[in-house]
Design a protein around this ligand. Structure first.
Ligand code: ZN
Length: 154
C-alpha cells in the first residue's frame, strides 16, 4: 500500500469515527430527505436550512451504515455547510464524476490538482472507484443532499 492510500484511509476513518455535523434539525424550518442503499443497507438522512440568498446556513446528517457511506456523508456535510447551493452542486458534480469513471469501466483519469484541492477530504474516497459495488455507498449522501436541495428550492 502506498503512502497516499494510507493517508486516504486515515482521513476516511477519521470522518467515520468523528462524523462532522451529525444529528438532526427541527422540520420545519429545516428540509429533510432520506436516502437508502439496499445493496449495502446504508441509510442517510439529510437536514438542511436554505436561506433566501441560496446559502446552506445549517446542515445535519443522520443515518447508519458502512464506513464508506458514513464517512462520505461527514465529508459531504463539511464540504457544503455554509456554502451556496451553486457551490454544493459544483462539488457534487466533481465528486460524482470521480466516482462514475470506474462505474462505466472507462480508464481512470487523474483529477487535476485544482479539482483535488476543491474536493478536500472527499478526494480520500477516490480509492472507492476500484470497488464498483461501493460507489453507491460513497454517492448515497450526495444523492440525498440533491433531493433535500430540490425540495428546499421547490
Ligand atoms: Zn455501504
Amino acid at each position: 500500500m502506498s503512502d497516499i492510500e494510507d493517508l486516504y484511509r486515515e482521513i476516511i476513518l477519521d470522518h467515520y469515527r468523528s462524523p462532522r455535523n451529525a444529528g438532526e434539525l427541527e422540520t420545519p424550518p429545516a428540509t429533510k430527505a432520506e436516502g437508502f442503499n439496499p445493496l449495502c443497507g446504508d441509510e442517510i438522512v439529510v437536514y438542511l436550512i436554505l436561506d433566501d440568498a441560496g446559502i446552506i446556513t445549517d446542515l445535519k446528517v443522520g443515518g447508519q451504515g458502512c464506513s464508506i457511506s458514513q464517512s462520505s456523508a461527514s465529508m459531504m456535510s463539511a464540504a457544503v455547510k455554509g456554502k451556496t447551493v451553486e457551490h454544493a452542486r459544483e462539488v457534487m458534480k466533481t465528486f460524482k464524476g470521480l466516482m462514475s469513471i470506474a462505474e462505466t469501466g472507462a480508464e481512470l483519469t487523474e483529477p487535476t490538482p485544482d479539482e483535488i484541492r476543491k474536493l478536500g477530504d472527499l478526494a480520500a474516497l477516490r480509492g472507492v472507484v476500484k470497488f464498483p459495488t461501493r460507489i453507491k455507498c460513497a454517492t448515497l449522501s450526495w444523492n440525498t443532499l440533491d433531493e433535500a436541495l430540490n425540495e428546499a428550492q421547490a
